[in-house]
Design a protein around this ligand. Structure first.
Ligand code: NAG
Length: 422
């Protein structure tokens, strides 16, 4: 009894002192910081990407349909809706979530576009994705997986990539306060939708890959949007009651050091940073040897391990080239084989993407080594989420093909090359 009283008062003191310094650690749905995030993205499902499902685009017979915007704009809308509905019903099912859990993973990140929530006048997007997000959350819960709800496309497009929904030469999100206000409202909707289910939806990522490389004006808008998102996600109950949802901020393509001290405890709680690591979107990177790819992966460990927020590599891949069909956009070639405008031939794309049945055993050994080098390095931070679970015809990229092809282990801690980074 005495012991009980003593520990109770200790607890009270602890809570009190936390309150006094404004330190109210959240009770997150996953022990971020002490256990590693190991996960996979459910890419190309609720946001179309031509390289993940080229057949959906090729079947339109219209080479101007290059993203989800033009998918709704340049064909019969009933045809588009029927194709999308069929895709939503089949691309990811509960069996995928079961297989992901069985592979020893603990998270899925689910990209979704703003047009699942509202579509403005003149915007050709087709809605209907939201019930599938809600189903996926149920399935994830059934299989013990945590969900990151990731807003992947904002009004105006935050980066102009086809994977934002709208492939345009200069993004319009940041330069139009109406676009930003619409995005804030969607984050509020998402936060309140899942506020009492943070044991499954443990994280909300308020915006994927805003184009910070476009300049200081973009970064200024992003920083303010991150402040507003913190409030929208942390206080979803219309009161001072806080949610347990972790806020995952993308680095906006800046080095982690740019974000030093941003939204750190004790003033801010439950904030993590998301960085995406790819080695194929420049001539320099596709020109690297296999060993140089592995060394570059290993070299990421120190900045990941020393950053002052939880650090998650929310996108990465064992693929080392940009050979996958439409990866750089529908109708755009690859740097690796010199078919991308202005690029220089490095090697043939034959046998390094598409079906794994064309992969040599030495190539599969490289994929395994590169995968392990990345897993080892990204676990020096707080973990990783591979892009992506499945694709129609890009086995070098997918977790599913890696599991069946043997270059991804059935248990992600079962490493064959544990000293590959030295
Ligand atoms: C800003 O974006 C909204 C849609 O979110 C659009 O209706 C409006 O015309 C845009 N304003 C300007 C100045 O482009």
């Amino acid at each position: 009894m005495l012991r009980r009283v003593a520990s109770l008062s200790l607890l009270t003191l602890g809570l009190l002192s936390q309150f006094v310094v404004g330190d109210n650690p959240i009770n997150a749905g996953f022990p971020y910081g002490s256990q590693k995030v190991r996960g996979v993205n459910l890419g190309g499902w609720l946001v179309l990407e031509p390289w993940i499902t080229p057949s959906l685009f090729d079947n339109t017979g219209n080479a101007n349909i290059v993203d989800e915007w033009t998918f709704g704009q340049l064909q019969n809308r009933n045809t588009a809706l029927n194709t999308l509905t069929q895709h939503w019903n089949t691309w990811i099912t509960e069996a995928d979530l079961a297989a992901i859990a069985a592979a020893g993973l603990n998270h899925v990140r689910i990209p979704i576009g703003y047009w699942a929530f509202e579509v403005g006048p003149g915007e050709p997007y087709i809605s209907g994705q939201l019930p599938y997000l809600q189903k996926a959350v149920t399935w994830a819960g059934n299989h013990g997986l945590k969900v990151i709800v990731d807003l992947h496309g904002a009004p105006g497009s935050q980066n102009g990539f086809d994977n934002s929904g709208h492939r345009i030469s200069f993004p319009q999100w940041h330069s139009n306060s109406t676009n930003v206000a619409r995005t804030d409202a969607i984050i509020k909707t998402i936060a309140s939708m899942f506020a009492t289910n943070t044991n499954v939806v443990s994280i909300i990522a308020p915006l994927n890959e805003p184009a910070g490389y476009d300049g200081a004006d973009v970064l200024a808008v992003v920083r303010q949007y991150w402040y507003d998102s913190y409030g929208n996600i942390r206080f979803p109950f219309g009161s001072s009651e806080q949610s347990n949802t972790v806020v995952l901020l993308h680095d906006a393509f800046q080095p982690l050091s740019y974000w030093n001290g941003f939204q750190t405890p004790p003033g801010w709680q439950g904030v993590a940073i998301d960085t995406h690591i790819y080695q194929m979107f420049s001539q320099d990177e596709v020109s690297r040897t296999n060993q140089e790819h592995i060394s570059a992966a290993c070299a990421t460990a120190s900045s990941l391990s020393s950053f002052d927020l939880w650090t998650i590599v929310g996108e990465w891949t064992p693929a080392a080239t940009d050979c996958a069909k439409y990866l750089n956009g529908l109708g755009v070639g690859a740097r690796y084989d010199g078919s991308y405008p202005g690029s220089t031939f490095v090697g043939s794309c034959t046998g390094i993407t598409g079906s794994a049945s064309s992969f040599s055993s030495s190539y599969k050994t490289f994929l395994r080594q590169y995968w392990e080098a990345q897993v080892i390095s990204y676990e020096k931070g707080d973990g990783w989420i591979q892009w992506t679970w499945k694709a129609e015809n890009a086995d070098d990229w997918t977790y599913q093909a890696g599991l069946s092809g043997g270059w991804i282990p059935q248990d992600p801690t079962d490493l064959m090359y544990p000293t590959i980074c030295g």
